[in-house]
Structures are given as structure tokens and as C-alpha cells.
Write a protein that binds this ligand. Structure first.
Ligand code: ZN
Length: 376
């Protein structure tokens, strides 16, 4: 038997108390500003598809509401056509609810300025208010405020990642400015962490920057890593630091978004401890130094780190929000000259000394010696 297509607020409450699900189909900003407690928010554009996913039984009792009952009526009519016999429109919507003196929840913890700033995130169902709040309470550690760290820091700050840790011991030089856009001509000579903190504060006052003007080594790495980071973005360009970060992050079970660049080629992957491979799984032994030239020696197209660092920021956001398929166990390779992107499957090495199934490294080693470089 079909229910009547529209019910009053009072009837809607009775239906809810008897087990009906209540779906609000308004836009994210409207939902954030005021909403009925214990309603499921599914914006109009995706509502029907999501309802079919979530409640496949066609006799599920469903209350559908919006601001005044117009949009939700369209949803109810679509649902009826799909056979949902007990989907009903809540007449008058949240306006009638408020007029009847019922309480609403509001703001979802975001200020009006934040709702405006992040409105393009909030409009994406995979992010929404809840995702934005997750970003705001997240902590991302950036290793290196240089070529890769610059775009990553800029985009993460703009995205509202609440706390960004910056590790770098360099000062801004003129030769950096060809690609390191977080710095500026006026800040040549300033420490990179201070210069970057300056730029990020200009972009988004929501973001707290935790500067570490240091070079990570076996003595200080855990001091920095043990500050509750959700994800690490590795933008370092030397082998001893890469192995150090790898071993330390595997031991602390923190995912690392790895990026590397050389001339016209960039690579990105996510080292998700024990789920995908780690850096050592891929490179058990460091290559001899002459086969691992740095950007200082080999050069790099200025745009390339902009692309690769932005990809790293994207992966970090995916990891934080738990959406999509992070590049764990996959290496994305971008060739700017050829204009191609290839993705290679990577396997975890069960005999890896850092993340394998047997005896694992429990501490750190001398990474300068391991990579056969003169100690600094
Ligand atoms: Zn490994």
C-alpha cells in the first residue's frame, strides 16, 4: 500500500519515532547553517542515487525534507517512480519545523567565514562539512620547504589543513625562486620555514604552522615525528634523509607521500606502512651517489615540482579524508616532455628489513655511511 505523498511535521516525527529514515536534500551550506538533529544529509543532486545505495528495500519508510518542501517533493516523486512506496515529503520542510517551535542544530562548528572559504570543498559530497572539519583538525608534516614543499604547503594551507609542520634548515636563495613559489624575492636570506610560514599566513588564517628549522637526523627525527602527524609529505632530495624518514615513519606507522623530480620527470607514490611497499622495498640498497644526481646538479624544469608537489598534496588529502584510492603500492610517473603519465604497480617485499614479515629494524642506523656520503 502506498503512503500519502506528503505528511505534516507532526506525522513526520511520528514516522521517525517508528523507524523512518529522515533525509535532508538541501545544499551543504544550508545544512550547515541549520538542520534537524539525526537527519541524513544527501544533497539533491546525489540524493536519489545514494538512497538507492543505502536503502535498497523499496518499502523502506523515508522522510524527505528540504527548506520548504519543493525540492524534496521532486526527490519523493523520483523515488516513487523507482518503487519506493513509503517515501514521503515533509510538507513545509525545515521552515515549517522551525515555525512549529522545534529546535535545530547549526553551523556544524564552522564559522560563516569558513563556510564561505571552503564552500567549493563543502559542495563536493566526498568532502562536505564533515570532511572539511577533518581537514581543519588534521596535521601534515612537510619535509622540505623547497620545490615540492612549496606547492604542497600552499595548497594544503588553502585547503584548510589545520596544522602544517615545516622542516627545513635552508635559507631562501635567488636560485630557488624559479620554482619554489612559497618564497619571494623580498624574503631572500630569510630562513625557508619562516618565509613559508609568512606566505601561508597570508593565504589562510585558519592554518597553524609549526616550524622546525633543522635538518632531520637519527638523533632528532622521532622528536619531530612524534607530534601526532596524520601524514608526512616527503619533499627531500637526498638519499640519507629518504632512508631515515622511511625507517622512522614505518616504525611509527605514519603514511608518507613520496615525491621526486629530475629535469622533466616526476614520480609520486604513497608509502602506507604494512599495506603497500616502503622506500626500502623499492630500493633495498642506495644507488652510488654518481647515479643519483640532485636537482642542483642535474637541473629541473621549474613547473615540474609544482605539478608533483600538488599531486603529493592531493594524495595527502585523500589519505586524511579516507577517500578514493591513494597511490599506495602504485608509482605514478609523469614525463613532462613526452606529456605522459604512467602508473606502475609496486609490491611490498616480505623480506624488507624495514617493513617485512621477519625481523625488522627496530632503531635507526647511520644513514650517511649507509649511503656512502661524507657525514655533515
Ligand atoms: Zn619495506
Amino acid at each position: 500500500m502506498e503512503s500519502q505523498i506528503e505528511v505534516s511535521i507532526t506525522d513526520a516525527i511520528t514516522r521517525r519515532d517508528q523507524g523512518a529514515a529522515w533525509v535532508d536534500v538541501r545544499e551543504p551550506e544550508e545544512w550547515a547553517a541549520s538542520r534537524i538533529a539525526d537527519t541524513t544529509h544527501l544533497p539533491l543532486a546525489i540524493a536519489v542515487a545514494r538512497i538507492v545505495d543505502q536503502w535498497p528495500e523499496r518499502d523502506t519508510p523515508l522522510n524527505i525534507s528540504c527548506a520548504s518542501g519543493m525540492r524534496s517533493m521532486r526527490t519523493v516523486q523520483e523515488l516513487r517512480q523507482l518503487g519506493y512506496t513509503d517515501a514521503v515529503n515533509v510538507g513545509g520542510g525545515i521552515k515549517a519545523w522551525v515555525a512549529a517551535g522545534h529546535p535545530v542544530e547549526s553551523s556544524a562548528g564552522l564559522t560563516p567565514q569558513q563556510l564561505e572559504r571552503y564552500s567549493r570543498h563543502i559542495a563536493i559530497p566526498e568532502v562536505g562539512i564533515a570532511g572539511q572539519q577533518k581537514l581543519l583538525s588534521s596535521r601534515v608534516l612537510l619535509l622540505g620547504a623547497g620545490g615540492l614543499g612549496s606547492p604542497a604547503a600552499l595548497y594544503l594551507a588553502a585547503a584548510g589543513v589545520g596544522t602544517i609542520g615545516l622542516v627545513d634548515d635552508d635559507v631562501v636563495e635567488r636560485s630557488n625562486l624559479q620554482r619554489q613559489l612559497v618564497h619571494a624575492e623580498s624574503r631572500i636570506g630569510m630562513s625557508k620555514v619562516e618565509s613559508a610560514a609568512h606566505a601561508l599566513a597570508e593565504i589562510n588564517p585558519d592554518v597553524i604552522v609549526e616550524p622546525y628549522q633543522t635538518r632531520l637526523n637519527a638523533d632528532n627525527v622521532f622528536e619531530v615525528l612524534d607530534q601526532g602527524w596524520d601524514v608526512i609529505i616527503d619533499g627531500t632530495d637526498n638519499l640519507p634523509t629518504r632512508y631515515l624518514i622511511n625507517d622512522a615513519s614505518v616504525q611509527r606507522n605514519i603514511p608518507v607521500v613520496h615525491g621526486s623530480i629530475y629535469r622533466f620527470e616526476g614520480q609520486v607514490t604513497v608509502f602506507q606502512p604494512f599495506e603497500g611497499p616502503c622506500y626500502r622495498c623499492l630500493y633495498p640498497e642506495p644507488p652510488p651517489p654518481e647515479l643519483a644526481p640532485s636537482c642542483a646538479e642535474g637541473g629541473v624544469l621549474g613547473v615540474l615540482p609544482g605539478i608533483v608537489g600538488s599531486m603529493q598534496a592531493t594524495e595527502a588529502i585523500k589519505v586524511i579524508l579516507g577517500i578514493g584510492d591513494p597511490l599506495a603500492g602504485r608509482l605514478m610517473m609523469y614525463d613532462a616532455l613526452a606529456g605522459t603519465v604512467d602508473t606502475l604497480k609496486l609490491r611490498r617485499d616480505t623480506e624488507c628489513p624495514a617493513c617485512g614479515d621477519g625481523d625488522r629494524l627496530t632503531g635507526l642506523i647511520d644513514y650517511e655511511a649507509f649511503c656512502a656520503l661524507p657525514a655533515r
